[in-house]
Design a protein around this ligand. Structure first.
Ligand SMILES: O=C(O)[C@H](O)[C@@H](O)[C@H](O)[C@H](O)COP(=O)(O)O
Length: 224
């Protein structure tokens, strides 16, 4: 893990957005296309605000969430809604959103095959930005989740439905092989509790601390 401490959150958001944009640009130059995967939750919004205004060939960028909550897209709990509100604005509105949610499908299982088919051509992820909970979950890989073992397996499909007490609603999540195969990996965390959690995760197995699956390869960005 490569640790980056910042004097404050604003500095962290600016530097991280700049780093992500630079890595996407490199990838676009090399491959002509790029895939960016991002978290939902409360932490990444300011990074999205900055990224959305960056001058990049966004039309060649595919964006997929790390995970989605199975709620309608107008719900305040919807990560897709967060992306539409904070990332898909200005220049970044030209990017292509690869959905992890299907309106009208009652459960993730009803839509899984179609979502997986839509995602497959956009893998591997060129730049992966992850959040983390104080319980060491990342994406929707929660300790104790019903299908965590399957999602951690080396031969896991790219996405799986996931249910966990801490998750609230059912989720769809990228699985460990997709996270680990990402070319550039960043973890964005704030506060003393998450700092202590990620330090502890380094000595635990992925079933207890799912963030562990990317930790050896990740750049971790932290501010109080
Ligand atoms: O949809 C989600 O909930 C996420 O993608 C999840 O993995 C998130 O990154 C962490 O729960 C941290 O969330 P906060 O940033 O809100 O603390």
């Amino acid at each position: 893990m490569h640790w980056h401490d910042y004097p404050d959150r604003e500095m962290m958001h600016l530097r991280l957005a700049d780093k992500i944009a630079g890595q996407l640009a490199d990838y676009l130059r090399r491959d002509g296309r790029a895939t960016l995967s991002v978290p939902g939750g409360t932490t990444p919004g300011p990074v999205f605000d900055i990224l959305s205004g960056v001058d990049l060939d966004w039309a060649k960028v595919s964006v997929v969430l790390n995970d989605e909550r199975w709620v309608p897209e107008d719900s305040p709990r919807s990560n897709t809604r967060l992306l539409r509100d904070r990332l898909f604005r200005g220049p970044a509105a030209a990017a292509r959103l690869i959905p992890l949610y299907q309106p009208g499908a009652a459960t993730p299982e009803d839509a899984l095959a179609a979502l997986e088919e839509g995602l497959a051509p956009h893998l591997p992820v060129s730049v992966l930005l992850l959040g983390m909970g104080a319980d060491m979950h990342t994406a929707s890989l929660f300790p104790g989740a019903d299908r965590l073992g399957e999602a951690l397996a080396a031969n896991a499909p790219p996405i799986l439905p996931m249910r966990a007490d801490a998750a609230g609603e059912p989720r769809v999540t990228l699985t460990a092989p997709v996270l680990k195969a990402a070319i550039n990996i960043h973890v964005l965390i704030t506060g003393a509790d998450k700092r202590a959690a990620i330090e502890k995760a380094a000595s635990l197995s992925p079933d207890l601390a799912p963030i562990r699956v990317v930790l050896d390869q990740a750049d971790v960005h932290w501010a109080e």
